[in-house]
Design a binder for this molecule. Structure first.
Ligand SMILES: [Zn+2]
Length: 148
């Protein structure tokens, strides 16, 4: 997987400025350049992975652990934070804009501008069961255990 021209790889290598809050062997976390709210962070694997398909599962675990800790830190930061969203966009249809995996840690408060719109209607059990069967077939196609 190429990382030529990848802005997050450039940040990881110190070639592009970022306001870093955490760094370890496999993960870097820094402020989003276009924050939803002050404190909005991105947690990225240091090794380039464009999406979930090529993200190493153990690195994904570390991305989550760091985001979990940062979400807790946010509530103790003095920044306005009444809630936290952890959000990962995988694919253009899911609003991914930078094709290097990143988990958003977004501090939230009542009346802030962030919205996720949908009709949120309840689906019938039959429809849900059809969807569940489709996902189970996807799991079977992957093979192996969940951590594989
Ligand atoms: Zn990259």
């Amino acid at each position: 997987m190429t990382d030529d021209g990848c802005v997050f790889c450039s940040i990881v290598r110190g070639r592009t400025d970022a306001s870093v809050v955490h760094e370890d062997e496999s993960v870097l976390a820094f402020m989003d350049l276009r924050p939803v709210n002050p404190g909005h962070l991105l947690v990225v694997p240091k090794a380039h992975a464009s999406g979930l398909e090529d993200l190493q599962p153990d690195v994904g675990v570390q991305v989550w652990k760091v985001a979990h800790r940062l979400g807790r830190a946010m509530r103790r930061s003095g920044l306005r934070c009444e809630g936290v969203n952890l959000l990962l966009a995988d694919g253009e249809a899911a609003f991914q804009e930078v094709f290097h995996v990143h988990l958003h840690v977004i501090p939230r408060f009542a009346g802030d501008p962030f919205r996720i719109r949908s009709d949120w209607r309840v689906h019938q059990r039959e429809q849900l069961d059809v969807s569940a069967a489709a996902v189970r077939s996807g799991l079977a196609a992957l093979g192996g255990a969940p951590q594989a």
